[in-house]
Design a protein around this ligand. Structure first.
Ligand code: RIB
Ligand code: CA
Length: 270
């Protein structure tokens, strides 16, 4: 499948980039503010592009949500958004700073692209509003977000919580939507044994990814009751795998709306 990955790298977004590059036809990468400010998530996407040695366009997008005030997640991903490893500075320049234009043009040029957002849905919402025709061109939207419980608040998951208005627009779009929420992503944990297996792989990429996992495990586990999980949930690659490896998942059809007005439930996928 052809995938356009919209992300906010972020440790698990970095793994989503690896997964998309290895398992799909990666049409392009667009970046959004989320885990870290846009400049950082964009820098991190360029770092991952070089580490993977892939020739794919990277376009930066929205530096803030549609309505909500920008809020980041340095307590999970570090100030850089990708703390924990000795990352090589990018050597290839950013291809553009208009992610929405790139998303719309890509979907108009090529039929059947899966839009795979793994961060706040700001870029996707603006693309859908500015070019409603793309709904009939894309294969669908496979997103990481939401769930029957929260992680940024008790009922809201970070990607939805960060930009509830954008999420409401996306979930209201008349297209196929596959949602990988916390209910499934919490089952996909970077346990110490799995991190060791990554580190045992040859090459620089494996070493960097193992170091990133160790950092991510540290910040993540400090925010959970001891023993409640075996390792950090590696959320974002599941939005890619839901498209490339659908047989790995059970799906249930649900009607989902996003709470935007609840005093205590804003950002909840209902
Ligand atoms: O709640 C998890 C999501 O928020 C993941 O996409 C993670 O990268 C952060 O963006
Ligand atoms: Ca993310």
């Amino acid at each position: 499948p052809s995938i356009l990955l919209d992300c906010d790298p972020g440790h698990d977004d970095a793994i989503a980039i690896v997964t998309a590059a290895r398992c799909a036809e990666l049409v392009g990468i667009t970046t959004v503010a989320g885990n870290a400010p846009l400049a950082r998530t964009t820098y991190n996407a360029l770092v991952m592009r070089d580490l993977l040695g892939i020739d794919v366009a990277v376009h930066s997008g929205s530096e803030r949500p549609l309505v909500a005030e920008p809020k980041f997640a340095a307590f999970v991903h570090g100030e850089s958004g990708l703390d924990g490893a000795d990352l090589p500075a990018p050597t290839t320049p950013l291809d553009g700073t208009d992610a929405v234009r790139f998303i719309v043009d890509s979907c108009r040029r090529t039929e059947g692209i899966w839009l795979v957002p793994t961060g706040p849905l700001t870029n996707i919402a603006i693309a859908l509003r500015s070019a409603p025709d793309i709904v009939s061109r894309i294969a669908g939207i496979s997103l990481m977000g939401g769930g029957t419980f929260g992680n940024r608040s008790s009922m809201a998951e970070f990607n939805i919580w960060a930009d509830p208005e954008a999420a409401s627009i996306v979930f209201g779009a008349p297209t196929r939507i596959v949602m990988a929420g916390l209910d499934v992503t919490h089952q996909f944990q970077a346990t110490p044994e799995r991190i060791a297996r990554v580190r045992a792989l040859p090459g620089r990429l494996a070493e960097v990814l193992a170091d990133l996992f160790v950092f991510f495990a540290g910040t993540y586990l400090r925010r959970h009751d001891p023993g409640s999980i075996g390792g950090p949930a590696v959320h974002d690659p599941l939005a890619v795998l839901a498209v490339t490896h659908p047989h790995l998942f059970e799906r249930v059809a649900r009607h989902v709306v996003v709470e935007t007005a609840g005093e205590f439930t804003r950002g909840m996928t209902v």
